[in-house]
Design a protein around this ligand. Sequence first.
Ligand SMILES: *[C@@H]1O[C@H](CO)[C@@H](O)[C@H](O)[C@H]1NC(C)=O
Ligand SMILES: *[C@@H]1O[C@H](CO)[C@@H](O)[C@H](O)[C@H]1NC(C)=O
Length: 603
Amino acid sequence: MPRLPYQLRARRNALIAVALFVTFIYYLSPSSPLQGNTARDEPESIWLQRLMNQNAVTSHRSTSSFNWSSVTPKYPPGKIRNLPKGRPLPLPAVQLKFPAETAAAAKRREARRKQVRDLFRKNWESYRKYAWMKDALQPLSGEYKDQFSGWAATLVDSLDTLWIMGMREEFDEAVEAVAGIDFGTSSSLTVNMFETNIRYLGGLLAAYDLSGRPILLQKARELGDLLYAGFDTEQRMPVDFINFEAAQEGEGLMVEGTVVSASPGTLSMEMTRLSQLTGDPKYYDAISRVMDVFYKGQEETRIPGLWPIYVSMLMPDVVSGSAFGIAGCADSLYEYLPKMHALLGGLEPKYEKMSRSFMEAADKAFFYRPMLPGEEDLLMIGTASVNDFGDVTLDPESEHLGCFVGGIYGLGGRLLGRKDWAEDLGPKLTRGCIYAYQSMPTGMGPERWNNAPCKSRKQCKWDEKVFADEKRMRREWATHIPKGFTTTKDPRYILRPEAIESVFVMYRITGRQEYQEAAWDMFTAVANGTATRYANAAVLDVTKAEYPLRQEDYMESFWLAETLKYFYLALSPPDLISLDEYVLNTEAHPFRRPQSSRGSHQL
Ligand SMILES: *[C@@H]1O[C@H](CO)[C@@H](O)[C@H](O)[C@H]1NC(C)=O
Ligand SMILES: *[C@@H]1O[C@H](CO)[C@@H](O)[C@H](O)[C@H]1NC(C)=O
């Protein structure tokens, strides 16, 4: 089927009347094309009607059907804390002052960057054609899926990527569609706070920061008010899942007994940015209470400086657990601490203190040098558990989700003036993930793997016997995997961004060409292995180079929001989304940082 011609949109106004009629028919018809799950093979006439439908809706409504700010909370917050006042501090520069690029280097880089944009464009066109306004396109079947309340997750998540890649016509069309999203209804009974916050709220705020389109802030505020309802609990701690109906009725919500720490810990940047942009401090107030709990508990845990993976917002209790990690389940709790320091212009000292403390402690508890046949000097990231006697045990199991950590030591190291973090730890952690990609015969890193840890980071001689013993201990997993790895426990690559994220940050900090080369190698491997007719799909086993690779009919919105954006930025001139002007949320949505020279009102 041909892609929808742009002329159609030009003719749209003339067709509005028809479209309204079609909308009317659609609501009457139980077998409307919107209710089917496959758009791929429908006749073009139906497909065109579908699009007119959506355009008609978006042209006539921009406010959600339920006003979330009109809900009276059962548990009122009392005194509201304001954003910190004053002139933002002049924080140290994050990015290298790049020397001028030669014409030959620029030409080669631009050719590579274009390939990233072309791949994004192919994905976007498929989403637009087969999954428009749905949460996700299914990349093998061309069908679609709603898994995040049905508010067009992929569309909202992709807005700023469209802007950054200069696809302005597509951006305008998508912004127009955002006006039609109704946060007053949800495709599921409960709303996931974490995902809604990082993908939708983060996506709207960043697209607003970049473009200044008022509708984006209006929708961000509507959604922020929905998420704010998730704090209507006895102790004003957030729930993990918002019961949609109970929240609308203002009945007050019950906090879950146990949650993963990243869940309550990853609301701070978005809520803070929303307060900064709207001038309403209530969102910042809400997350400040949560971050105070983490702040007070940080040095009281079994590994001071770090929080257990499982916490309770009911008690609340963030100190008593015994399992620790900085990858999945915990990741963005840590990630947001130095980023909050940047977003608040250094005016809230808590975030700097918490950052310094966790960065010291994580280095000791989780990072280890793996024993590798080439004796490469790099670091992997494990997890740790503590027994009742306080003994800490390292589990040398790494996750792709942990690959953001190199970038955080880069960014945090610069912001906090720790050269060793930015220039030694950050690069070694980043190289650990690059190594995991390069070692696999498909050039893609696995989701989860193990190596044999060396006792010392200084000296790590390859020892065939020690390695064989270590591998034998884990033999249930060890099959045909590359030497140096004792398992690839989960050998999938599910289009995740964390490795390229750290490569991007390291490039901006150091300017070293090796990072752009690594980015390009990763991109060519990923683009090849995950390619489908419509878009890109998760692959099931990166350890087997048997083409075509086995794939899953699955494409998360973060592929367009994060992975392709980071590939693109890593190959762009360094002033595009400079890390001295923006700080990116955990879904790669850039928020504007306050500039000390512009005065405090810029917060
Ligand atoms: C939503 O409710 C609030 C509080 O009652 C009110 O100030 C606001 O104007 C309402 N918004 C809309 C769009 O009706
Ligand atoms: C990926 O690379 C393999 C091996 O070089 C090749 O056989 C295959 O056709 C490539 N696939 C795509 C989609 O480019």
